[in-house]
Design a protein around this ligand. Structure first.
Ligand SMILES: [Cu+2]
Length: 221
């Protein structure tokens, strides 16, 4: 099944919490997919079954309280169940008081139309643009801000999407379990060159990461 849709779906997750998000996503997709097919099939059936026929008088209905109660209560129960199921994950990902202790904090500044990343290196601050690195298996906290308009910090492989809003500090964390290179995209239409606002995240071993940080520091001078 997943092979058929592989071109349409997100790439396999590369963050530790990605599979939990994907699980919820697939569950919601399954529920809404089944209900969509059932609803459309019923619609087509009724349209054919009760279509106008010569000599047949139209039938007027006041509705059915029982049917309305069922189709209100069932979706409400599903929504509440999904809400309860996702509560822990939501808190872990969206409530800073539930975030794990970060080993590295990266300041991110979004600007029309590029990304600035500031790291606290062993000997002072290191700043890079668009291409940034994190070590594998490490909790990394991103502290987001924007200089001009609203931008969207989107790491599809990490299942991270957080707006960067001028005057507001937003935080998001990630721990990647798969070394590799991943896309960074801006998901807010932030001006004429919005399409250019992209970068690359490299996930690598802690040793490679430290070497990169040193190199970036040396290149800044
Ligand atoms: Cu942008």
């Amino acid at each position: 099944m997943s092979k058929i849709f592989s071109g349409w779906l997100l790439a396999p997750s590369a963050s530790t919490y990605g599979p939990s998000i994907d699980h919820l996503y697939n569950l919601v997709l399954l529920i809404t997919g089944v209900l969509f097919v059932l609803t459309e099939a019923t619609l087509v059936y009724f349209a054919l079954r009760y279509r106008a026929k010569p000599g047949q008088k139209a039938f007027y209905s006041h509705g059915s309280t029982k049917a309305e109660m069922i189709w209100t209560a069932v979706p409400a129960a599903i929504l509440v169940a999904l809400g309860i199921m996702s509560q822990n994950l939501w808190a872990k990902l969206r409530q800073p008081s539930h975030f794990p202790q970060p080993a590295i904090t990266v300041q991110v500044m979004a600007e029309q139309w590029l990304w600035h990343f500031k790291y606290q290196g062993p000997d002072g601050e290191v700043e890079v643009q668009n291409d940034f690195h994190i070590p594998v298996g490490t909790n990394v906290l991103f502290v987001l801000n924007a200089q001009d308009v609203i931008h969207g910090f989107y790491l599809p492989d990490m299942r991270v999407n957080q707006d960067a809003v001028p005057g507001v500090t937003s935080t998001v964390w990630v721990q990647s379990d798969k070394p590799g290179q991943y896309d960074l995209r801006c998901t807010q239409f932030c001006g004429t060159n919005h399409y250019q606002m992209k970068g690359t995240l490299t996930v690598e071993s802690p040793e490679e990461f430290q070497a990169w940080l040193k190199g970036a520091k040396a290149a800044a001078f």
